[in-house]
Design a protein around this ligand. Structure first.
Ligand code: S3P
Length: 195
């Protein structure tokens, strides 16, 4: 089957689909495209946190500190995962929180959008809205975060490599990987239930 022919009916998506991965991996862009393809609502967790806080993420970090942001992130994602099925893109730190990670693993289908360092550096340089990248050399910070986070992101149900080129190619990879996952796990659950 050619990649263009892969399709997934919204009714066959049994759980919310969550995109995880580092800053610059393309989670928001790919989440929006996937939601359109599946005819499901799209939600961006960072945007929801900003709405709940009434200010931007840089402002939350500046006025209340990173921990306050992380607490808000955990609450917002727990709430969103109780809502009807949708496509949810999360900020790069969300899946690193053990409680949030467990909720995502239990209640959602998770896709790690994996990207190499050059791609992350290039993409994050386009915007100036990420407090974690302002504390030093962005390449070094992203490299350190890759070391810390990639082994944890690897717990996601599905891994897709973000392509440095037309976004449509990464989108097709995601659709294909999700279709294969749903064929193998129609209930969206790839974990054996405890007896
Ligand atoms: C963060 C990633 C950001 C945002 C915040 C912290 C992180 O989201 O949640 O600046 O810890 O990696 P994106 O991954 O969407 O840039």
């Amino acid at each position: 089957m050619s990649e263009e022919m892969v399709s997934i009916e919204a009714s066959k998506v049994p759980k919310t689909v969550v995109l995880v991965g580092l800053m610059g991996a393309g989670k928001t862009n790919m989440g929006r495209r996937l939601a359109a393809k599946l005819a499901l609502p799209f939600v961006d967790a960072d945007q929801e946190i900003e709405i709940a806080a009434g200010c931007t993420i840089p402002e939350i970090f500046e006025c209340h500190g990173e921990q306050a942001f992380r607490d808000g992130e955990q609450r917002v994602i727990a709430r969103l995962l109780g809502e009807p099925i949708h496509v949810l893109s999360t900020g790069g730190g969300a899946f690193m929180n053990p409680a949030t990670r467990q909720t995502i693993l239990d209640k959602a289908i998770s896709i790690w959008l994996r990207a190499d360092l050059d791609l992350l550096v290039k993409r994050t340089a386009r915007r100036d809205n990420r407090p974690l990248l302002k504390t030093g050399d962005p390449r070094q910070i992203l490299s350190d975060l890759m070391t810390q986070r990639y082994p944890v992101y690897a717990e996601a149900d599905i891994v897709v490599d973000s392509f440095d080129g037309p976004p449509e190619i990464t989108h097709q990879r995601i659709v294909k990987a999700l279709a294969a996952y749903l064929e193998a796990h129609p209930d969206g659950n790839n974990r054996r239930l405890e007896p």
